[in-house]
Design a protein around this ligand. Structure first.
Ligand code: ZN
Length: 432
């Protein structure tokens, strides 16, 4: 290894305690996303202060302050959950480490908002105390994604400490409103003009390199029944019976889509490889104690980069038609499919792109293992790939399994590895 690379790694090792403490400080800010609003402000001020200490050029702006936002095709007035958004006191923070040269630049992107902690959740660890135990840091946002955000920022500090002068610009972005399918925070950075030759979205990927991302959207399937007295139920249709068949049908569709998705190795990591998740089963109000007159099933479906949303919706509708032979009740009571909220689009960066190669070889160097290359989960990354045409990779410490969960945590070992990988990737990308 070159001396200079050794110096970068040593600088991360020296700052191990500071990395842990910085991520702990981020977790202690309760920057909860609570649609339509969010409480990101104080944490963003803290990050802005840190970026200024690193002598970066700091820009703070709310998505509302970016004029062209609301007419952009990717702007969503509501997130994927359908809830409206208000951006007062919710600034993005962008810090630019400007280079004197015009080498390859990089965007380091992460969201500062975290998923709420529900009142009925029984945590062992206080979600806002950021306690360390068992080699982990515990707290809301530890994995999703104050770990990744903190590691990316500390990677810059470590590069400075190692005396590195980047030959391309490094653009660090701490954005608001990613949870609940927001996306407008990252879109605002793109529309404000922040561009680069590559982008890392530091979402938790367990250090897997993800040059491709799933899409997904919510949809409703509505079926009607026909009321009848319980003792004359054969003359009526219980919408619940129809709804159960819809759920079974969606499970079959999930199996078929997943089988097909697994044919592409990038999509073979998760099981199921292309999930459909039933979110709710609502039977509405009963009339006079009879059969359920209607039923609405709300579900979320994952989509793949070669798919258009309209085609997937058609596929769902057609599927109900095809299987109605097996479930005659569906034939007589055709379901209505409609979608709601923002569509988080699937995306792909060429897995052989030089940036993906740079990241993979750095992962190999630091972990002494080959990099696992898989699809990443739905997040803001699609905006870079689709709307800014930037080669994009999701790569971060922590696990989506822990995200949004009780006793969310991140492994300190992984956090430090991620910081080394970020620092060395930035150096290799910008300075060669
Ligand atoms: Zn996230």
């Amino acid at each position: 290894m070159k001396d200079i690379e050794k110096r970068i790694i040593e600088s991360v090792e020296k700052k191990r305690c500071e990395i842990i403490e910085f991520v702990r400080s981020l977790i202690k800010y309760q920057s909860v996303n609570e649609p339509p609003t969010g409480r990101e402000l104080e944490c963003q001020k803290f990050i802005a202060k840190k970026l200024k200490e690193l002598d970066l050029k700091v820009d703070m702006f709310t998505p509302d302050e970016v004029g062209v936002m609301k007419t952009h095709p990717a702007y969503a007035p509501c997130g994927s959950s359908g809830s409206p958004r208000i951006y007062e006191n919710r600034p993005n923070v962008v810090g630019v480490w400007k280079s004197e040269h015009d080498g390859r630049s990089i965007i380091l992107n992460g969201h500062v908002d975290v998923f709420p902690v529900m009142t009925n959740e029984k945590w062992i660890f206080d979600p806002w105390a950021a306690k360390t135990a068992n080699g982990m840091i515990y707290g809301r946002g530890a994995s999703d994604m104050k770990g990744g955000l903190g590691a990316m920022l500390m990677a810059m500090e470590c590069l400075q400490e190692a005396g590195i002068k980047p030959k391309g610009d490094i653009i660090f972005e701490s954005v608001v409103d990613e949870e609940f399918g927001g996306g407008n925070g990252t879109l605002a950075t793109i529309l404000k003009g922040y561009q680069a030759h590559a982008a890392i979205c530091g979402e938790p990927s367990e250090l897997r390199v993800c040059p491709v991302g799933y899409g997904g959207f919510l949809f409703d399937v509505k079926v009607k029944g026909k009321n009848a007295h319980p003792f004359y139920k054969k003359q009526g249709v219980n919408a619940i019976d129809v709804g159960i068949k819809i759920v079974e049908a969606l499970k079959r569709l999930e199996n078929n889509r997943s089988k097909k998705a697994r044919e592409t190795p990038l999509f073979s990591y998760f099981d199921p490889a292309c999930p459909i998740m039933i979110r709710s089963f609502n039977t509405g109000e009963h009339v006079g104690g009879g059969l359920a007159p209607s039923c609405t099933i709300r579900a979320w479906i994952a989509t793949l980069p070669n798919e258009q949303k309209a085609d997937v919706l058609n596929q769902i509708a057609n599927y109900f038609e095809i299987i109605s032979k097996d479930f005659p009740i569906l034939e007589e009571n055709p379901p209505e499919v409609s979608c709601l909220g923002r569509y988080l689009e699937p995306w792909i960066t060429d897995p052989d792109d030089p940036f993906v190669e740079t990241l993979k070889s750095t992962v190999r160097k630091i972990t002494c293992k080959g990099a696992k290359v898989t699809a990443g989960l739905t997040c803001d990354a699609f905006l870079f790939s689709k709307y800014a045409k930037i080669p994009t990779v999701i790569f971060g410490p922590g696990s989506a399994l822990s995200a949004h969960n009780i006793d969310e945590s991140i492994s300190i070992h992984e956090l430090v590895l991620a910081t080394k990988i970020y620092a060395l990737t930035i150096y290799r990308w910008c300075n060669s």
